[in-house]
Ligand binder design. Structure first.
Ligand SMILES: Nc1ncnc2c1ncn2[C@@H]1O[C@H](COP(=O)(O)OP(=O)(O)O)[C@@H](O)[C@H]1O
Ligand SMILES: N[C@@H](CC(=O)OP(=O)(O)O)C(=O)O
Length: 424
């Protein structure tokens, strides 16, 4: 079979009927002449809306109105696609059925059962809906389209909300199922989702659809992956936060993985490894201006890059101090790390002094309280929330001065290539 192209369309690119019709144009002009696999995320902010519905169900609140408004949003999108009544009918039915199932799942939410497992079963509906709708919209174009339930091929363990890929099973299943489909049709599947051996749904972590595209590309030894975004490519900063950004026309996997890890939310950090392992180029292109060059991420050498600025919000700075003036030893740190891993809290920055150890993490009240319950006996604990973590990659003295001006730094750290600080 000819090599496959993988396209990933995120929430912004399918946020309404006009956006979906624009994608159809992109698929017809740019995706022609080669096998094409499309990975799609939930429409617009649907995943946030599903998180909210789950939270309401879990805390015993009524969810009828937000559920009806989410249903209405999807129905209006289908209606806006300009399809004949006969073409719309099956998808309107499939959507209605998915909303009926979702309602039942919400009604069955049980506070005594595993929170994260139930979260995955509910939050996954966004991608199931979007992929059905996109398949319908594309099926009305020039190439036949096949919808695929990616949970049947992308096997994970039951680490809910961050399913770990079973690579051997996933690769075997993808190799068996996809090439015959791709030889005949454009295949549309969901990002963000996986399935356990028992057929339960898992999710791969928020914004994980980029990672799905990379997993599928790896298993198919694809020619390339293109993620279509609302920006001109990979920029040296988020243009919604920083003025005067510049685009990187070409950048290495290594530089990109670090930017993504530090919080450049344009690419999910797990996306780069599977692609680098099989030397598959990643393109970041604009769905607003699809003819423009975008960014090519691949195995390359380049001269020093313009400093990259990254901001992570909703950070928590947690400090553990020994109660008896004993030093923060490797043994103490092992206890802290184990408790962090158990609470599924990831360290963004850490620093130790003689008798205290500080970590900066993404704040989750439920998880931080779980952590404090475990460590309170052994350590004095202190934490601040609502903080920001800034990172400058490839910093210069001028870039540090520019970013730190007027800010009160609570923690600061510098390596050869990276400068980071936490502030209010
Ligand atoms: N370094 C960066 N370069 C470009 N965009 C960035 C960068 N850092 C953050 N962004 C933000 O990422 C957004 C695109 O990612 P996202 O909203 O997650 O898209 P999608 O929902 O399509 O996956 C941009 O609109 C931009 O605000
Ligand atoms: N819909 C999921 C997965 C995802 O990747 O979305 P997006 O591609 O829109 O960032 C989320 O919002 O987390």
């Amino acid at each position: 079979m000819e090599k496959v192209q993988v396209y990933k369309f995120g929430g912004a690119s399918v946020k309404d009927a006009a956006a979906i019709l624009n994608l159809r144009q992109i698929v017809e002009t740019h995706g022609a002449g080669q096998p094409l696999l499309i990975v799609v995320s939930a429409m617009g902010k649907t995943t946030n809306a599903l998180e909210d519905l789950f939270q309401r169900a879990y805390s015993g609140q009524n969810f009828d109105i937000p559920l009806a408004s989410l249903h209405q949003y999807h129905t209006a999108t289908i209606a806006g696609l300009g399809l004949s009544a006969a073409a719309q009918e099956p998808i309107a039915q499939a959507t209605g059925q998915l909303f009926e199932e979702l309602k039942q799942q919400l009604q069955q939410v049980d506070v005594t059962a595993d929170y994260d497992q139930q979260y995955d079963q509910i939050v996954s509906y966004g991608e199931l809906l979007a992929s059905r709708i996109l398949a319908l919209a594309l099926g009305n174009g020039t190439r036949p389209v096949q919808w695929l339930d990616c949970r049947t091929v992308l096997r994970t363990d039951d680490n809910w909300r961050e399913g770990k890929i079973d690579w051997a099973t996933t690769e075997a299943q993808i190799q068996a199922a996809l090439p015959p489909l791709l030889a005949e049709r454009v295949v549309v599947t969901q990002g963000f989702l996986g399935g356990t051996a028992n057929g339960r749904t898992t999710t791969l972590g928020r914004e994980g659809s980029d990672y799905t595209a990379a997993i599928l590309a790896y298993c198919l030894r694809a020619e390339s992956v293109t993620i279509w975004k609302d920006v001109a490519g990979l920029l040296n900063a988020d243009p919604k936060i920083f003025p005067d950004t510049v685009r990187y026309p070409e950048i290495s996997y290594r530089e990109t993985i670090e930017m993504a890890y530090y919080g450049a939310s344009v690419i999910h950090p797990k996306t780069l490894k599977p692609l680098a392992d099989r030397n598959i180029p990643l393109r970041v292109k604009s769905f607003v201006n699809p003819e423009a060059e975008g960014t090519l991420i691949h195995d390359c050498q380049h001269p020093a890059l313009a400093p990259a600025f990254i901001r992570k919000t909703d950070q928590c700075l947690l400090t553990f101090a020994s109660k008896d003036f004993s030093f923060i030893s490797e043994e103490n740190m092992a206890v802290i790390f184990a408790a962090l891993a158990q609470a599924k809290l990831k360290i963004n920055v850490m620093q130790n002094s003689a008798i205290s150890f500080s970590v900066c993490i993404d704040f989750s009240q439920r998880r931080v309280h779980q952590l404090l319950d475990v460590l309170r006996e052994q350590f004095l604990l202190h934490y601040n929330t609502g903080l920001m973590l800034f990172t400058i990659k490839n910093y210069t003295p001028a870039s540090i001065a520019q970013l730190t001006e007027g800010k009160r730094l609570l923690l600061e750290q510098r390596t050869r290539g990276t400068f980071q600080f936490v502030c209010a």
